[in-house]
Design a protein around this ligand. Structure first.
Ligand code: PBG
Length: 329
């Protein structure tokens, strides 16, 4: 039996040489923490997302303080509205004293150094749960929805949001929002575009969390979110959003779409993010609860996978837990 000429195992022999050749690292700087905010006092658990809660603004401030203390750079806000606040034109989305707007102001006045990102889309505000304004057949109309998204973005910027993140997939919205922000002198408000957002089945638990699942019923979002079969189309969407003025782009969902994270990073070389969405969180949590997978090892491995694929950061519901584990190391 001849000796193998190459022995890659040699470098894996000891922890010191494994560390030396390690190509990617996960740090707290890579984390964006999505949180759900609601109107009632206190916290309410989201059953399909064990460990995730809807928070009042008061509770949000506690969570934000901990996030800041853990070194998480950015919190991403998702408001949960009472049914009485929802309408066909989604006008609660740009109310000056709306839930999102009050949450942004509370965060920025208490913790100015914590980045505040906001979701721009109409689904928490519409009676039908679609991300836009619909015609009588239920079709989401593009251009009047973009006008609404512009109003929503401006109201977030005025309240003090640092990053606006349109998650709606309407055509031309990045350009329209950028022009409006510039015209209102919000020159440093960053736009993180959900550029490659798929019509995914992995958003189910999120829709429970924001209460849009019931409104949506059997309807889907396939006329605006992308077909999971497509990759080249995502690249065109990214190119358009960058041309229109996005500072950062996002691929969503995360783990089943890491090929796109790699393609986007290699092709465009721009700040690239991925969203480890609610369904990814829920399925992992279910396996942990059953004792089928080791939570800490699997979560850290999953997030390292995003880094290896080329992501500059990940939106993940695991963010605070991960930050605690990273601190222990
Ligand atoms: C809504 C929005 C969704 C998510 C983020 N923003 C749901 C949807 O498009 O129906 C999903 C996030 C998750 O599943 O964690 N515009």
């Amino acid at each position: 039996m001849p000796h193998p000429h190459y022995r890659p195992r040699r470098m894996r022999h000891d922890e010191f040489s494994r560390r030396l050749m390690r190509e990617n690292t996960l740090t707290t700087d890579d984390l964006i923490y999505p949180v759900f905010v609601h109107e009632p006092a206190g916290r309410v658990a989201v059953p399909s997302m064990p460990g995730v809660e809807r928070l009042s603004i008061e509770e949000l401030l506690k969570v934000a303080e901990e996030a800041l203390e853990l070194g998480i750079p950015v919190i991403d806000l998702f408001p949960v509205l009472d049914a009485s606040q929802k309408s066909l034109d989604a006008s609660a989305a740009w109310a000056e004293d709306g839930l999102a707007q009050r949450a942004i102001r509370a965060l920025k006045s208490r913790f100015p150094e914590l980045g505040v990102m906001t979701d721009v889309a109409l689904d928490p505000y519409t009676t039908h749960g679609q991300d836009g304004i619909i015609d009588d057949k239920g079709y989401v109309l593009n251009d009047i929805t973009v006008e609404a998204l512009v109003k929503q973005s401006l109201s977030h910027a005025e309240a003090g949001a640092d990053i606006i993140s349109p998650s709606d997939m309407m055509d031309g919205r990045i350009g329209a929002i950028r022009r409006a922000l510039d015209a209102d002198h919000h020159l440093n408000v960053r736009i993180m575009a959900y550029s490659a957002k798929y019509a995914s089945a992995f958003y189910g638990p999120f829709r429970d969390a924001v209460g849009s699942a019931a409104s949506l019923g059997k309807a889907d979002k396939k006329t605006y979110q992308m077909d999971p079969a497509n990759g080249d189309e995502a690249m065109r969407e990214i190119a358009l959003d960058l041309e229109e003025g996005a500072d950062m782009v996002m691929v969503k969902p995360g783990m089943p779409y890491l090929d796109l994270v790699r393609r986007v990073k290699e092709t465009f070389g721009v700040p690239t993010f991925a969203y480890q969405v609610s369904g990814e969180y829920a399925m992992m949590k279910a396996a942990f609860a059953n004792g089928w997978l080791d939570e800490r090892a699997c979560v850290l491995e999953s997030l390292l996978g995003f880094k290896r694929a080329g992501a500059d950061g990940v939106l993940t519901y695991f963010a605070p837990q991960v930050a605690r584990w990273l601190r222990e190391r």
